[in-house]
Structures are given as C-alpha cells and as structure tokens.
Design a protein around this ligand. Structure first.
Ligand code: SAM
Length: 272
C-alpha cells in the first residue's frame, strides 16, 4: 500500500490538536532523559557534524534534550498543532509537516529517532513496512534508526478499558482507553478540562512481524531490547527499543556492542 500524502491531505482532522497546547505539561512525568541518553550513546558511533532527524517529533521535547552544537536536528510530524507548539515554545528551526510513510528525504541523516510509541500510531502492517522503507531512504549509508514500540503488556496493564483523571496544576486531563484485543488496537480519548476530545488509536504489533519488516525494508537489526533495562525482550516487556542500521559491517558491530553494554550499565543508575 502506498499512502503517499493521503494522511497529509486527510480531512479526518488532527487527533492531537485538542491536547497539543497541553502536551508538554501532560507528559511532564515522561523520562525523555532515557531516550536522549540512548540516542547520544548511539550517536557516539557516528560522524560529526551529525545530521539527525526526529521523526514524529511532536512538540519537540526530545529535540530540546538533544540540542548539541555539533548536531543538526530536523523534526517532522503529521500534526500541524504539535508542530505549532514545537515552533512557538522551543524556537526549533528545522521543522516540517510530513508523514512517516512518505518522508521527503534521501540519504540525508546519520541518526533517525522515532520514539514514544510514534510507530504504534500506524494502524496497518503495510504502513509499518512503508514507513520503514521511507526511514531507510532518509538514512545515509551506515546511518542508524532508533525507534520504540509499546507492547501488548503495556496496553493490557495500563490502557485496557480504563478511565482516569490526572491533575496538572491549573488544569486536569480525563482519559478513557478501550483495547480491542482482536484487532490489537487501543483507542485513547483525552479531554483537557471540558475542551474538545482527542481520539487517538495505537496498534500493537508482534515482534516477529517487526523483525521481518525491518529486514524487508533493507535494514539490519542491531538490537531489540526491553526499553527500560536494555535486557532481553520477553512477554513481560512493556516497551521495546529497536536499533537498526542501513548497511554497516562487522567492525561496526564490535563498536556497537561496547555502546550497548554502556547503555545497559547506565540504565541501572537512578533516573534513567
Ligand atoms: C505520542 S506522540 C510522540 C511525540 C514525540 N515523539 C514525543 O516523544 O513527545 C506521537 C506522535 O506521532 C505523530 N504521528 C502519528 N502518525 C504519524 C505519521 N504517520 N507521520 C508522522 N507523525 C505521526 C503524532 O502526530 C504525534 O505527534
């Protein structure tokens, strides 16, 4: 399936628009330091100046953590509302509206990050395959793709037909999640105070499918790890980190193993 720019031109609306202005506050508890630390560790394998793409960058929270003088970061996202917040609040220059499945880049980036479940928002296996091809095309030879996915365990434990309210200083967010286990799709409704409701859907994918899709896209899987520990993935892993490389050789693998050990060790420290 070739979604091309269907989603960019869709009249379906922007599901993140009702919460974009409150997203940073709602996500205050999220550990962006872990993602940025792992991205920086992976970047130690790559040349400088480093061309970096944060794919599905949202409001640019991760890009803010990854500001470095020798990094040139670009952010893309499908949501105009999320990008508006990124532009306004962070003064990030290189931001554009684009679809993960039709990225307007060819051999441009050393490192691509695509985190906080962003790939789970693609609801068809074909779209995952198309996105991986598109991400691969955007990578330079030997470039690294670092993305994560939430699993059935995460959704079953926290988003399985639950309703709850969170307080954030001067506003509150009300959440309702519905998990269709047959379709592997979780729908989450979020409302800030009495405002419009954001309705998003995420799909959980089998690890075997994802590994095949990575390989079919012409990427080589370097690591698939429990995102919180970088230990082995099993049925109890709530979120999985995937690291894949475009081309690469054995020497690269040895250097990657050192970085991997360092990440694993660092994640044991408090606050990672
Ligand atoms: C949970 S948010 C994560 C945002 C950001 N990565 C972060 O860490 O805060 C998921 C993001 O994926 C974006 N997204 C969903 N589908 C997309 C697509 N097909 N192409 C580009 N972005 C997409 C949404 O607009 C949203 O900003």
């Amino acid at each position: 399936m070739a979604p091309e720019n269907d989603r960019l031109n869709s009249r379906a609306g922007d599901p993140f628009s009702p919460i974009a202005g409150h997203y940073d506050t709602i996500m205050e508890h999220v550990n962006y330091g872990r993602w940025s630390h792992i991205a920086e560790s992976l970047a130690s394998l790559l040349p400088r100046p480093l061309m970096h793409l944060d794919a599905a960058c949202g409001t640019g929270l991760l890009m803010e953590h990854l500001r470095h003088p020798d990094w040139h970061s670009t952010g893309i996202d499908l949501s105009a509302a999320m990008l508006e917040v990124a532009k306004r609040r962070r003064g990030l220059a290189n931001l554009a509206r684009a679809d993960l499945c039709a990225l307007p880049f060819r051999e441009t980036f050393h490192l691509i990050t695509c985190l906080f479940d962003s790939m789970n928002f693609l609801l068809h296996e074909d779209h995952i395959c198309t996105a991986l091809l598109s991400l691969r095309q955007a990578l330079l030879p030997d470039g690294i793709l670092y993305f994560d996915m939430v699993t059935h365990k995460m959704i079953a434990d926290h988003f399985n037909n639950e309703s709850w309210t969170e307080r954030h200083g001067n506003f509150r967010s009300s959440w309702r999640s519905t998990y269709n286990q047959k379709k592997h799709i979780c729908e989450t409704r979020v409302r800030v105070n009495t405002g419009r409701i954001s309705v998003t859907q995420e799909r959980v994918y089998a690890v075997e499918f994802l590994c095949d899709a990575i390989q079919s896209a012409g990427l080589r899987l370097l690591a698939m790890r429990n995102a919180y520990t970088w230990g082995a993935v099993n049925r109890q892993s709530p979120r999985i980190d995937f690291v894949a490389v475009k081309q690469g050789n054995d020497a690269y693998d040895t250097r990657f193993q050192e970085v991997e050990q360092r990440i694993k060790r660092d994640l044991k420290r408090p606050k990672r």
